[in-house]
Design a protein around this ligand. Structure first.
Ligand code: 5GP
Length: 194
């Protein structure tokens, strides 16, 4: 495994991907509570807010036109279309935090992750896997935030995404939140050279 290249004093970009329903959000929350040096990037999206989601905290909720304007102005570090909506990482905050020596966490899907991996060397990439496909389906249905058709679409996408796990430097199985967060912490403190 080749080491992660980043200048002294600079943070690293940590990419966290995994299929919908795998529990990325919960693992990320646990990780952030353990490690104050990680800054979670807030993405922009054109999808509608879910119940309880707040603009500027969970996402920047933009119209398609606003999103396309940001792409045209080169303001996105990466973006992708996922299940019919745009999702992207605003570039300005990421660089600001890296320069301040913080690690920046991007919780993004596979297409966008590939763009970041291809264009930068200061990246640690981690893919979170479910203990099994059956367990993933159970978690997705149990979340209760989507209708049956959306869940079917997400399961299909999940299968395609899991086929791409090999692109990532590390794979972590989310058996429990504590175990997954601890494994990711160990990866980060090894400097991404495990
Ligand atoms: P959700 O709609 O469930 O919040 O997110 C759907 C997918 O979009 C998830 O896999 C999530 O990781 C991904 N995603 C969220 N923000 C971004 C982003 O800024 N860029 C990319 N490429 N994917 C994102």
């Amino acid at each position: 495994m080749t080491g992660v290249e980043h200048r002294p004093g600079q943070g690293r970009i940590i990419i966290l991907s995994g299929p919908s329903g795998v529990g990325k959000g919960t693992v990320l929350k646990e990780l952030l509570s353990r490690n104050p040096r990680i800054f979670p990037s807030v993405s922009a999206t054109t999808r509608k807010p879910r119940e309880g989601e707040i603009d500027g905290i969970h996402y920047y909720f933009l119209s398609k036109e606003e999103f396309e304007r940001k792409i045209a102005k080169g303001e996105m570090l990466e973006y992708a279309c996922y299940n019919g909506n745009f999702y992207g990482t605003p570039a300005d905050k990421v660089q600001e935090k890296l320069d301040a020596g913080m690690d920046v966490m991007l919780e993004i899907e596979v297409q966008g992750a590939r763009k970041v991996m291809d264009s930068r060397k200061d990246v640690i990439s981690i893919f979170i896997l479910p203990p099994s496909r059956e367990e993933l389906e159970r978690r997705l249905v149990g979340r209760g935030t989507e209708d049956a058709q959306t869940i079917r679409g997400r399961l299909k996408t999940a299968e395609l995404e899991m086929e791409q796990a090999g692109l990532y430097q590390y794979k972590v199985v989310n058996n429990t939140v504590d175990q997954a967060a601890a494994e990711i912490e160990a990866i980060l403190s090894s400097g991404g050279e495990g």
